[in-house]
Design a protein around this ligand. Structure first.
Ligand code: SF4
Length: 360
């Protein structure tokens, strides 16, 4: 059997290789982090791109069993940002040299919603002289809606498949047409067809999950030839159906270290994609995002949603930064990037080099 260093040097990885890598501990885990770091420097440099995150609404038509803002949770105070509030946040991102925005919200499908987002995209492009890049994360939509939003100025879309394992997917979602595994996967294909840079991701440490399933998740990302990824530990929310399995979960520290290994292994599998250091990492470890950068992540999303709404967008318990003003969260993130030895990638879109190569 190859030693661990030789394994990390491979050009391609089987499911068994990935299981071995995800199961690494101690010195081997450190070797993995080093290799992922080397690969990121060689392929995408040392910049961490900033995306100003606007959580446009916590109203959602779905009932995912793990999510704090699921439709069935009556204890959430629902909000929808006004156009003025969204444009003010976009203006802030533009003036503070963010380069890009992410507009994220619960999943809604209607003509009015499609039209409203379309209009906002055009307004954001106008106010920023076409300079702000825009990522959307607004769930599954029809091909027509994806196209209209692309034509209006969005060029990246994040739609996590949460788990590539069909059975696990249906254990963490209601088993009905609204929560169809098939539709989720088809929507990801549609995004590619509509020419978006496509991002996906999973939760790590779910009940019933194991490293075999996580290895399959990574292989599915490779097969989909994704351009971006946002993944992090599953953190339970007390007002969700999945909460009753909390005593069966692996400890938070293990979920955290497994998440770092997932990021690093994905960097081994696809060298030049954009990978986000997610807020969920920071929920478990105050230095979670720094550690994610060192494991190969190169994108961070400071939350620039108006502070009065941040407390209502709680997908999981103990989400950090909900009391921060946007100025605080921006300065904090820039400081963290610099202190971790990286360079803030301000004022540029910071597109996935992987996408650019495929488009040539
Ligand atoms: S995970 Fe997304 S689609 Fe599911 S309930 Fe939460 S916001 Fe809605």
């Amino acid at each position: 059997m190859k030693n661990f260093t030789e394994l990390l040097e491979q050009e391609s990885f089987s499911k068994d290789d990935i299981i071995r890598i995800l199961s690494s501990k101690g010195e081997e885990e450190q070797l993995l982090m080093q290799k992922a770091h080397e690969l990121r420097l060689a392929n995408i440099g040392n910049k961490i791109y900033l995306r100003g995150l606007i959580e446009i609404s916590n109203i959602c038509s779905k009932n995912c069993y793990y999510c704090g803002i699921r439709k069935g949770n009556k204890n959430v105070s629902r909000y929808l940002l006004s156009d003025k509030e969204v444009l003010k946040a976009a203006q802030y991102a533009y003036e503070n040299d963010f380069g890009s925005l992410v507009i994220q919200g619960g999943e809604l499908e209607s003509d009015a919603w499609t039209g409203r987002i379309e209009n906002l995209l055009r307004e954001i492009k106008k106010l920023s002289n076409n300079e702000l890049g825009i990522t959307l994360s607004l769930g599954e939509q029809s091909e027509d809606t994806f196209r209209r939003w692309y034509d209006a100025g969005a060029h990246r879309y994040l739609l996590r498949f949460e788990s590539s394992d069909h059975d696990l997917y249906h254990k963490i979602h209601p088993n009905d047409a609204l929560h169809s595994y098939k539709r989720r996967m088809e929507a990801i294909d549609l995004l590619r067809k509509c020419n978006y840079q496509v991002g996906t991701g999973v939760m790590i440490g779910l009940p019933w999950q194991n490293v075999e399933i996580l290895a399959e998740d990574l292989l599915r990302m490779k097969e989909l030839d994704i351009d971006m990824c946002g993944m992090g530990p599953y953190v339970e929310h007390h007002d969700t159906p999945l909460y009753k399995f909390k005593d069966e979960l692996i400890p938070l520290e293990e979920r955290f270290s497994l998440s770092l290994k997932m990021i690093a292994t994905l960097r081994l599998l696809i060298h030049d994609i954009n990978i986000a250091g997610t807020t969920a990492m920071q929920t478990i470890d105050p230095e979670g995002r720094e550690k994610a950068f060192k494991a190969g992540a190169n994108v961070v999303m400071p939350n620039i949603t108006p502070t009065e709404y941040k407390d209502s967008y709680l997908l999981y318990d103990n989400k950090p930064g909900t009391k921060d003003e946007k100025e605080d969260s921006t300065q904090k993130v820039i400081k963290i990037i610099k202190e971790s030895g990286f360079e803030p990638g301000t004022g540029i879109w910071g597109d996935s080099p992987h996408f650019k190569k495929r488009s040539k």
